[in-house]
Design a protein around this ligand. Sequence first.
Ligand code: GSH
Length: 211
Amino acid sequence: MTPAKPIRLYRHPLSGHAHRVELFLSLLGLPCELIAVDMVRGAHKAPDFIAKNNPFGQVPVIEDGDVAIADSNAILIYLATRYDSTGRWLPRDAVAATRVQQWLSVAAGQLAYGPSMARLAVVFGARLDLDRAQAIGRQLYDVLDGYLAERRFLVGDTPTIADIAIYSYTAHAPEGGVSLDPYGNVRAWLARIEALQGFVAMRRSAPPDPV
Ligand SMILES: N[C@@H](CCC(=O)N[C@@H](CS)C(=O)NCC(=O)O)C(=O)O
């Protein structure tokens, strides 16, 4: 199934949350229109943007016809449920679907409060506890590296939206001073995602100066 009109993705080019949606749209081969949200000028808090089912005024948001959806993980669920007829990206089996959700929770938890926030501090100068964010990142990758030692993807033998949700901020973790050098299994998993047909990268930001 394909949408009648291109899906509109409201995003910022340096947002990993938005990138995970852009990546998944591309992997599914769905037509889309990328719309830049001028976050510097506060366009994400404008009433018309909040009115897109987006109560927190954040990117990303998609519009698919008259359906507007905010929150990157919610968008991944929507796109997989609506457009992936194979059921590969979001398995229907109860246990596999639950395992996917487990990683979506990590994406909204440790990944958001760790590598994503560390990058927010370093790249965008956000005033937050960088040491704590970096420590959460290292704890996350200590676990993830062990988990991936025997696995090609996070759930099952083929990629799911769990991999997409964890990918973007992990690939860009070094920009927040969370090095992936110690984590060979994580780096091999990133490479497997980057080898998928339809992969699109997120623009890199300069890594922090070494301390
Ligand atoms: N839970 C949201 C988080 C999205 C998010 O944090 N977006 C950031 C940009 S990466 C944002 O819009 N920040 C502005 C704000 O929170 O006011 C999701 O998964 O989409």
